[in-house]
Design a protein around this ligand. Structure first.
Ligand SMILES: [Cu+2]
Length: 146
């Protein structure tokens, strides 16, 4: 019993002193959401370096891929396969744009803010195709309002 109590104390102490664990944030890929057709939910994430984002196949025929123009310098990016659930780890601070390859112009985009990152003119002036542009600007406006 005494041993058990000691162990419990050790476990509690570890839990209190351990650094915050890296989190996995889930994003749903949907044909329709509260913001309309072809959406990621949520369309904006504010995460910490070391965290991951998991793209969940809620409906079919979607993927997640980097938007090269909306990525930090030197970022290699990724292109998920259609209907593939992928988990992407973000180590470096910055703003990362995500698009669904087949539904980019229909506005299926989102933005991931990792650590300390500010919107630059390069992001603001970028012109995305179709509805994506409107939705990205709406995300930027929400960031500005924070
Ligand atoms: Cu899609």
């Amino acid at each position: 019993m005494k041993y058990l109590l000691t162990m419990l104390k050790v476990v509690c102490l570890l839990a209190l002193t351990a650094p915050a664990f890296a989190q996995v944030h889930e994003v749903l890929m949907k044909n329709r959401g509260t913001a309309g057709p072809m959406v990621y939910e949520p369309d904006f994430l504010d995460i910490q370096p070391g965290d991951s984002v998991k793209f969940i196949r809620t409906h079919r025929s979607h993927n997640a891929a980097s938007i090269a123009e909306l990525s930090p310098e030197g970022y290699q990016g990724f292109i998920g396969k259609i209907d593939e659930e992928i988990e992407v780890k973000y180590d470096k601070p910055g703003l990362y744009g995500i698009k669904c390859s087949p539904h980019y112009a229909m506005g299926m985009v989102m933005l991931i803010k990792v650590g300390d990152a500010k919107l630059t003119d390069a992001y603001r002036n970028f012109k995305a195709p179709g509805v994506a542009d409107k939705r990205l600007k709406a995300i930027f406006a929400r960031m500005d309002a924070q």
